[in-house]
Every structure is written in C-alpha cells, then in structure tokens.
Design a binder for this molecule. Structure first.
Ligand SMILES: CC(C)(COP(=O)(O)OP(=O)(O)OC[C@H]1O[C@@H](n2cnc3c(N)ncnc32)[C@H](O)[C@@H]1OP(=O)(O)O)[C@@H](O)C(=O)NCCC(=O)NCCS
Length: 230
C-alpha cells in the first residue's frame, strides 16, 4: 500500500548520495500518516548519507517537514518531438566498448559513482546513445519505456548543442511521446524542446537533506534517470 525506492551512489560502505524516488501511498490509505511514517523510516535508515529527491507539489510539504530543502527546480516535459533540420553534433547507438568512457564521463558529471545503474541501462532502456567529437564521447542519453511514453534520462552532455542532438536522435528512433525532467537552469534546451513539440506538464522541486547542493556539474547534467512520480 506504500512504496519508495532508495538508490545509493558512491562507495558501498559510505555512499556519497542516495536518491529517493517513487514515494507512493495507495489512494485509499492517503492522508493517514503513512507517507510521513515511511519517509521518517527512510531518513532514519539512511543515517548520515546525503539524500536527494524530486518532489511533486503533493509531496513537498511532507519533505519540508522532515528537513528537506528546495535547492532547485525541474520542468517536466511531455510530447511528440517534431524534428527540424539536422543537428550539429554526431550521435550513434552506444556499444559495449563505450562503457568505460561512459562510466568515466558519468561519474565526473554526476559527482558520484553510479556504475550499478549505468551498466544496467542497456538492459533497462530501449535506447542508449552517445554523442561523439573526434572519436571522444562528449555526452550520452537513454530512453526507457514507462506507460505509453519513452522517458529520456539520464541526459548528460558537454553543452546544449550536444544535449539537443541526443534528444533529437532518441526521438528519431521511437514513435512514442517523450517525457523528461529538465533542470530549469537549462533554459535554452527547455525553449528549444518546447519549439519542437514538447509541452510543459509540471514543475517539481529538487530537494536535498544533509547537503546544500548536489555534487557534480549541473552544466552538463540535463536530466536525471527517473522522473518524479506524479
Ligand atoms: C504524497 C503522498 C506520498 C503522501 O502520502 P500520505 O500517506 O497521504 O501522507 P500523510 O498522511 O503522511 O501526510 C503527510 C503530509 O503531506 C501533506 N499532504 C499529503 N497529501 C496531501 C494532499 N493531497 N494535499 C496537500 N497536502 C498533502 C500534508 O502536509 C500532510 O500532513 P497533514 O496530513 O498532517 O496535513 C501520497 O499522497 C502519494 O502517493 N501521492 C502521489 C505520488 C506523489 O505525489 N509522490 C510524491 C512525489 S515524490
């Protein structure tokens, strides 16, 4: 009747960060303190590990009550991507040989080791693509199926032009609408995505507990692996 998923990143003995997702309480049990009890349990069980989550307006008051702080916002987009012209950056499907380079780039940008998630992307996602320049990987992105959409994430790219090329190339290989959560600081990518058929459906708060900022490089981190639940 209630669920949440906690994903730890970094060293197993002392994780650098844990992401909380899919906080859900069955409708028929709502508003009876189940969500509060579940979240208190998660916070206590995680000890000193810094926490982060994307909160919908429904979840935000509860997380604030538990001590989480809003440190940023993400805009949820959904829709059929309408291509216009060619992209400037070359992309291709990832291969097994790309994995070491992909893991290095991911850790640098995310700020913690998430090998256990990235190595499972080929099984979990329908598409995993890389952007390349002079034989070097400068970005990567995955699209995985969720209900009737393909969720785009993670989306990691050296710059906005690279992020655009990856998003357009994922769209070119699916008939489903895309869904993604883009950090609002990436204004140019958001504007461009909306010009290409994606519509804003929600704003979610990026919240943390135990740290005031997320590790890594937000400039190159465009979308997380998962989107907020609802
Ligand atoms: C958000 C959610 C997890 C809350 O679970 P819950 O068991 O109903 O929550 P609780 O009864 O423990 O309430 C905790 C507090 O959250 C807030 N809250 C919960 N539901 C709310 C609602 N529908 N409207 C406004 N505030 C709400 C209130 O501040 C509440 O405290 P109060 O009842 O003392 O006023 C649940 O409604 C849910 O699964 N929603 C859909 C998915 C979602 O939005 N997840 C959160 C995003 S990560």
């Amino acid at each position: 009747m209630a669920a949440s998923v906690v994903t730890e990143y970094g060293p197993r003995e002392q994780p650098a960060l844990a992401a909380i997702g899919m906080v859900l309480v069955a409708e028929r049990h709502a508003r009876r303190g189940v969500g509060r009890r579940l979240m208190r349990h998660v916070v206590a069980a995680m000890g000193t590990t810094p926490l982060t989550l994307h909160a919908t307006p429904f979840g935000q008051p509860l997380y604030e009550e538990l001590g989480f702080k809003v440190i940023g916002r993400a805009e949820m987009l959904r829709g059929h991507f309408v291509p216009t012209g060619a992209q400037q950056v070359a992309t291709r499907a990832a291969t097994a040989e790309d994995l070491p380079a992909l893991l290095r780039l991911d850790e640098e940008v995310f700020g913690a080791d998430r090998t256990h998630v990235v190595t499972r992307l080929p099984a979990f996602a329908d598409q995993l693509r890389v952007a390349e320049e002079d034989g070097r990987i400068i970005g990567y992105a995955a699209a995985w199926p969720n209900m009737d959409t393909h969720v785009v994430g993670p989306l990691i790219a050296r710059d906005t032009a690279t992020a655009k090329a990856l998003l357009a190339s994922l769209a070119a290989h699916t008939d489903r609408p895309l869904r993604t959560d883009i950090d609002v600081r990436h204004e140019e990518l958001l504007r461009w995505a909306k010009e290409h058929g994606l519509a804003s459906i929600a704003f979610n708060a990026v919240m943390t507990y135990g740290i005031t900022e997320l590790p890594g490089d937000w400039n190159r981190r465009f979308a997380p692996v998962t989107v907020a639940a609802g």
